[in-house]
Write a protein that binds this ligand. Structure first.
Ligand SMILES: Cc1ncc(C[n+]2csc(CCOP(=O)(O)OP(=O)(O)O)c2C)c(N)n1
Length: 269
């Protein structure tokens, strides 16, 4: 399959702004999917609401465009009704972690057999740049014009704690590592979660003195620290924010029984 065949061209032009990281994510996903030789017509894509959640609509396969925060819930129903399908969710930090937080945590806990790609652009992009649960401390947004006083959620650490089988986080600056992790996630039985810290130059970068996408990519490069080297002991708020670090790497790779195996929808082995 060529890259061009992967995209649903009747949906073009797309809604993404110039410099948006969603293009990089789609490209990495396509490469991983294609290298594995997976069949597009046996894969269903699910998204919630948001710019990132629109990605399924641009892939040449069947897609569920669902309600805000409920992508995991819809994907759960889809997978249990049709266990032979590969189910891939594209979602955002707002869609998955804020309004959809409970579905996310319980999806990980159940270890449902699905690949979940969360594009964390630190903001509500589609609605114009309101602060989200992952907006870093002191950063500006339309709803935090004096700087965000809150400290961010760590989606990948939550997924580990809640029980997902595979968890990785990279930024759009680490495309090779990201592509490799998407490949691992696609092959994994159980809940496989890849968080991608990505650039939103229009609604996040412009307000935080990084209007050029390359400035955001440089910031990702400078802030990225491998998880094994990062200061992860969260003893106070400063540590919770990891002093502005983005911890990257594979966080966990384990083989707990998937939900489908537990309830007998699919057989072991
Ligand atoms: C129930 C409900 N509440 C709020 C909204 C408005 N809304 C649409 S997208 C969005 C945020 C999307 O943010 P995120 O998931 O981070 O995706 P991004 O656009 O940044 O990729 C919100 C609040 C909605 N559509 N439905």
């Amino acid at each position: 399959m060529e890259l061009f065949d992967f995209y649903r061209k009747d949906r073009w032009p797309h809604v993404f702004c110039p410099g948006c990281g969603n293009g990089t994510v789609m490209n990495c996903f396509y490469r991983a999917f294609n290298d594995l030789g997976l069949p597009l017509d046996r894969t269903a894509f699910v998204g919630g609401i948001g710019c990132s959640s629109r990605i399924p609509l641009y892939i040449n396969s069947d897609a569920l465009h669902t309600t805000h925060g409920r992508a995991i819930a819809f994907a759960t129903g889809l997978k249990l009704a049709s266990p032979e399908l590969k189910v891939v969710v594209f979602t955002g930090d707002g869609d998955l972690g804020a309004i959809g937080g409970n579905h996310f945590i319980n999806g990980c806990r159940r270890n449902l057999d699905m690949t979940v790609i969360c594009i964390n652009n630190n903001i509500y992009g589609m609605t114009g740049g309101q602060a989200s649960i992952t907006t870093p401390h002191d950063f500006l947004s339309t709803t935090t014009p004096s700087g965000n006083k809150e400290y961010p959620f760590d989606l990948a650490e939550i997924a580990v704690a809640a029980g997902a089988n595979y968890v990785a986080r990279w930024t759009t600056r680490q495309v090779h590592e990201l592509t490799k992790s998407i490949k691992t996630a696609l092959q994994k039985k159980g809940f496989a979660f890849v968080e991608i810290v990505s650039q939103c130059p229009i609604n996040f970068g412009r307000r935080n003195k990084m209007p050029d996408p390359t400035q955001l990519l440089d910031w990702f490069k400078e802030s990225s620290v491998r998880r094994d080297k990062a200061r992860t002991a969260a003893v106070d708020h400063v540590d919770l924010n990891l002093a502005g670090q983005i911890t990257v790497g594979e966080f966990v790779d384990r083989n707990r029984e998937s939900y489908e195996e537990l309830i007998g929808v699919v057989k072991h082995g």
